[in-house]
Design a protein around this ligand. Structure first.
Ligand SMILES: C[S@@+](CC[C@H](N)C(=O)[O-])C[C@H]1O[C@@H](n2cnc3c(N)ncnc32)[C@H](O)[C@@H]1O
Length: 220
């Protein structure tokens, strides 16, 4: 395996080209990118963010659910496309920074933060969402899936990030020993997504791998 980008998903020259040709972030969002890089906080790469923003602008969701907010970078970028966002974050320090950043962005009225573990919070939610962005602990996506399907409106989109996990999900050649459980769980998650009879799923080799599922099926 060679000639790959830092995520091992695409060729390095392709990722570099895409990263350069996309409109770059400015202002607070650029500050958040630099803060995340300096403090080793994993945030969605720009190519994933621009893809999600394109989807949001095309589908105009009114209600968006995010699982895994970190410092609010993706929540703020999504909110800029319209709609109201509910985002879940379990890390106390991260949740504080998240609140501050949402305030700085002037989006307190449009982004609701739920502090706590998604495993506890998701089962308590009852409202329906048009779009769900799953970007939390990868090993638990499979546990969150039944609630995500329950909470997703018919025709809604579920976007699961990091599903190819540095390429390890696609080939044993890349698997690091201590990551084997997460890799197995992600493989199981992708298989479950793709076989679910209420979803239509595509897997996109962008960023760290994105699964895009629509709650709906083609007519037979
Ligand atoms: C990849 S980061 C999120 C990045 C963010 N979506 C972005 O692109 O700006 C994952 C975040 O999910 C949070 N997280 C992980 N597992 C969680 C869980 N079970 N419940 C709530 N938050 C969780 C972590 O604390 C971390 O801040």
């Amino acid at each position: 395996m060679e000639n790959n980008d830092k995520h091992n998903i695409s060729y390095e020259y392709i990722s570099r080209y895409i990263g350069g040709v996309l409109e770059q972030s400015t202002g607070l969002l650029r500050e958040l990118e630099l803060y995340a890089e300096k403090n080793n906080i994993p945030i969605a790469p720009l190519e994933t963010i621009r893809f999600i923003q394109t989807l949001l602008l095309a589908t105009q969701p009114k209600r968006i659910l995010e699982v895994g907010a970190a410092i609010g970078y993706s929540a703020i970028t999504m909110a800029k496309c319209g709609g109201n966002i509910t985002t879940i974050e379990r890390d106390k320090k991260m949740a504080e920074l998240l609140k501050q950043n949402i305030e700085k962005a002037g989006l307190l009225k449009r982004i609701t933060v739920l502090k706590g573990d998604a495993a506890d919070i998701l089962p308590t939610l009852t409202e329906q969402f048009d779009f769900i962005f799953l970007d939390a602990a990868k090993g638990h996506y499979i546990d969150f899936l039944p609630d995500c399907i329950r909470l997703l409106k018919d025709g809604g989109l579920l976007c699961s990030d990091n599903v190819l996990y540095k390429g390890m999900v696609a080939t044993d050649e890349l698997v690091i020993r201590r990551k084997i459980t997460i890799v197995r769980r992600l493989r199981s998650y992708l298989k479950t997504l793709c076989e679910n009879d209420r979803l239509t799923t595509s897997v996109i080799p962008i960023g760290d791998g994105l699964a895009l599922s629509c709650k709906g099926r083609e007519q037979k």
